[in-house]
Design a protein around this ligand. Structure first.
Ligand SMILES: Cc1cc2nc3c(=O)[nH]c(=O)nc-3n(C[C@H](O)[C@H](O)[C@H](O)COP(=O)(O)O)c2cc1C
Length: 319
């Protein structure tokens, strides 16, 4: 069983991927999407948004977890050129995003809106597959449809026939947004229809959800997004359960140490007016799993100054 850390634009940046690589349980990370329009993406943007590419061409987090480069767009040529550049820089795989629900993205014909057009999805995958060396996997991520949950078998078939090496399915339509439930049974239909590996995604918040997703989707690989942000060792918990190994989940003090690390890791990376925003964002998700996170979030939510954060998070533990 492989567990993927889902791409989450504005949330899971390289700092986060590094921390999750170190926590463990995650086998593969995917970068936030990089938008490709009528010009191929520049090397500078690739290295800025996926700095793991500069790690001696290995494209891994410091602990060695592979990071895939995710591209989003609708132009097969510029996507192919961008993918070739990412592959030349050492991307562990190229992932194509066909699921983003954002209006701005969909209005420029990228993301989930492409789900209405399986032929174009096939063209994109095929162009990208041809442009990158055969040893670099090309993977795709879809939702079950745009307005309706339909065409997912056509899209999955188009992707597989175009030569993709793997498909991840977020088991909701664009119109479903992020609202529960996730329709894991539809993933099982896809597993049945295509012969490349299928990764199940959507609404896995705990071991029970994972068990149900596994049973309904017929998948043995899983991608976790918000559930893993809310519960940083969920991948370890699931694997321990799967392997019948005793495991002591992270307690609130462990989480405080992770928040301390995240604060100091990101402190210099964003303009000072955004100081601590990433920590607040993480705490927002952590509240879903740790009751202690709520009073902590309430306490720091209006903090703007370094001395305020540092008084509650302590000094840099890694220094
Ligand atoms: C804030 C946010 C940003 C996201 N950004 C991306 C992205 O860049 N690329 C992508 O393929 N999916 C993106 N997604 C979708 C997630 O990867 C995932 O498919 C979705 O959250 C469902 O999984 P979950 O229920 O485990 O969170 C994003 C989701 C959220 C909530």
């Amino acid at each position: 069983m492989r567990i993927f850390l889902a791409p989450m634009e504005g949330v899971i940046d390289h700092h986060f991927r590094t921390i999750y690589g170190d926590i463990g349980g995650v086998d593969i990370c995917v970068s936030e999407f990089l938008r490709v329009n009528d010009l191929p993406i520049s090397q500078k943007t690739l290295l800025r948004d996926c700095p793991e590419l500069s790690r001696s061409g290995l494209s891994t987090t410091p602990n060695g977890t592979p990071v895939r480069v995710q591209l989003l767009g609708s132009n097969p040529e510029t996507l192919a050129e961008s993918a070739a550049m990412a592959a030349a820089l050492g991307a562990s795989a190229i992932d194509l995003n066909f699921g983003c629900p954002a209006k701005t993205v969909n209005n420029s014909k990228g993301g989930a809106v492409l789900l209405k057009n399986p032929a174009l999805i096939g063209d994109i995958v095929s162009s990208v597959r041809k442009a990158v060396p055969s040893q670099t996997p090309v993977t795709a991520k879809i939702r079950l449809g745009f307005e309706e949950r339909n065409l997912y078998l056509d899209n999955a078939n188009a992707i597989a026939e175009a030569g993709a090496n793997e498909l991840c399915v977020h088991a909701r339509s664009k119109a479903d947004g992020y609202k529960p439930p996730a329709y894991w049974q539809c993933i099982a239909e896809i597993v049945d229809a295509i012969s490349i590996p299928v990764v199940a995604n959507g609404e896995i918040w705990n071991i029970k959800d994972w068990q149900q997703c596994k049973a309904e989707s017929a998948c043995s690989d899983f991608m976790l997004g918000r559930g893993l942000v809310a519960c940083p060792d969920l991948a370890l918990q699931i694997k321990a359960h799967n392997n019948k190994i005793d495991y002591q989940p992270l307690g609130w003090n462990d989480i405080l140490n992770l928040l301390n690390r995240f604060y100091y890791d990101t402190k210099e990376a964003y303009p000072s007016r955004f100081l601590g925003n990433r920590v607040k964002q993480w705490l927002f998700y952590l509240q879903m799993h740790y009751p202690e996170a709520t009073p902590f979030f309430e306490k720091i939510k209006r903090y703007k100054q370094a001395h305020e954060f540092e008084a509650v998070l302590g000094t840099d533990l890694s220094a």
